[in-house]
Design a protein around this ligand. Structure first.
Ligand SMILES: NC(=O)c1ccc[n+]([C@@H]2O[C@H](COP(=O)([O-])OP(=O)(O)OC[C@H]3O[C@@H](n4cnc5c(N)ncnc54)[C@H](OP(=O)(O)O)[C@@H]3O)[C@@H](O)[C@H]2O)c1
Length: 283
């Protein structure tokens, strides 16, 4: 059952990183909920394919979030085609290698901040004026569990996402006075091609080669299944909708309970039992 039906009726959204994974699923869910969407990303063929699948309610616009003129033109394109802008999902991102601090690559670090933090900042900068004029809007920034807790994601990625959570709060207090809400979603591990791309696979191959991840991720959090793109897209629909009209400056953690509750009970039990076995063996 599509519980989101009608939740975004008449709204227009821009979704960066809409050519695959979480962003592509957000685009599908937004259209199912009644919105018209502009999806952005650098891969033209993938972007056009997502837009084609969604029909007249969707357009693809090629934009690299590292480029301010391209981000500005992306927002302009949405306003031009659809006449308004109700929601911006700053979702574009990538992940790098899990290297220690002594192996930090300065260029990779800068790149990570440029995409995840500066890219989202530019999106907000160029979307804000139109939303302020409308006196309504919802900005959803895709952060990460890695931005809240160490040990989940590479240092540069984690730092960029932590910065994004705080930047979102800062902008939320400013734009809230103009009827524009700014919130984050922090997903835990979600089955997408981002991991394969980070490991060096070609993007199109990585987007397909996700089958093994569902099993690998199933035991990482108290809910015993892997995070899915639908889990995140549903949260984005809620934050974009008027049902969330008093939700501002929040970071909605969608991770099956790792951050708020803790580690899976069965992992703790297994460790405690292994320790008990060791004590017994030594006594
Ligand atoms: N999957 C997870 O476990 C997880 C967990 C926490 C947070 N996240 C966050 O969720 C977001 C989406 O990731 P995903 O898992 O869905 O991975 P994905 O399938 O690889 O999607 C990443 C998207 O970002 C786009 N992108 C990357 N760099 C870009 C740039 N410079 N300019 C414009 N678009 C760019 C990619 O499109 P092009 O290649 O076409 O440019 C692609 O559409 C990311 O911000 C990621 O950090 C993911």
């Amino acid at each position: 059952m599509n519980t989101a039906m009608g939740m975004l009726e008449g709204k227009v959204a821009v979704i960066t990183g809409g050519t695959s994974g979480i962003g592509a699923r957000c685009a599908e869910r937004f259209v199912e909920a009644g919105a018209r969407v502009v999806i952005a990303g650098r891969r033209e063929a993938e972007g056009q394919a997502v837009a084609r699948r969604l029909g007249a309610a969707a357009r693809y616009f090629r934009a690299d979030v590292e480029s301010e003129p391209q981000v500005r033109d992306l927002v302009g394109f949405a306003l031009d085609r659809f006449g308004r802008l109700d929601c911006l999902v700053n979702n574009a991102g990538h992940v790098g290698p899990m290297a220690g601090i002594a192996e930090l690559d300065a260029a990779d670090f800068d790149h990570m901040l440029r995409v995840h933090l500066r890219g989202a900042a530019l999106g907000m900068k160029h979307a804000a004026p139109a939303m302020q004029r409308q006196r309504s809007g919802s900005i959803v920034n895709m952060a990460s569990l890695g931005g809240l807790r160490g040990g989940w994601t590479p240092h540069a990625y984690s730092a960029a996402k932590a910065g994004l959570v705080h930047l979102s709060r800062c902008v939320a207090v400013e734009l809230g006075e103009h009827g524009v809400r700014v919130n984050c979603i922090s997903p835990g591990p979600v089955v997408t091609g981002i991991f394969g791309k980070g490991a060096g696979l070609a993007p199109s191959r990585a987007d397909q080669a996700v089958a093994g991840l569902a099993e690998a991720f199933a035991a990482l959090q108290p809910i015993p299944r892997a995070g899915r793109v639908d889990d995140i897209a549903n949260a984005a629909v809620f934050l974009a909708s008027d049902a969330a009209s008093f939700v501002n400056g929040q970071n909605l953690v969608v991770d099956g309970g790792s951050e708020a509750a803790g580690r899976p009970w069965s992992s703790t039990l297994a460790q405690v039992r292994a320790m008990a076995d060791q004590f017994m063996a030594g006594s």
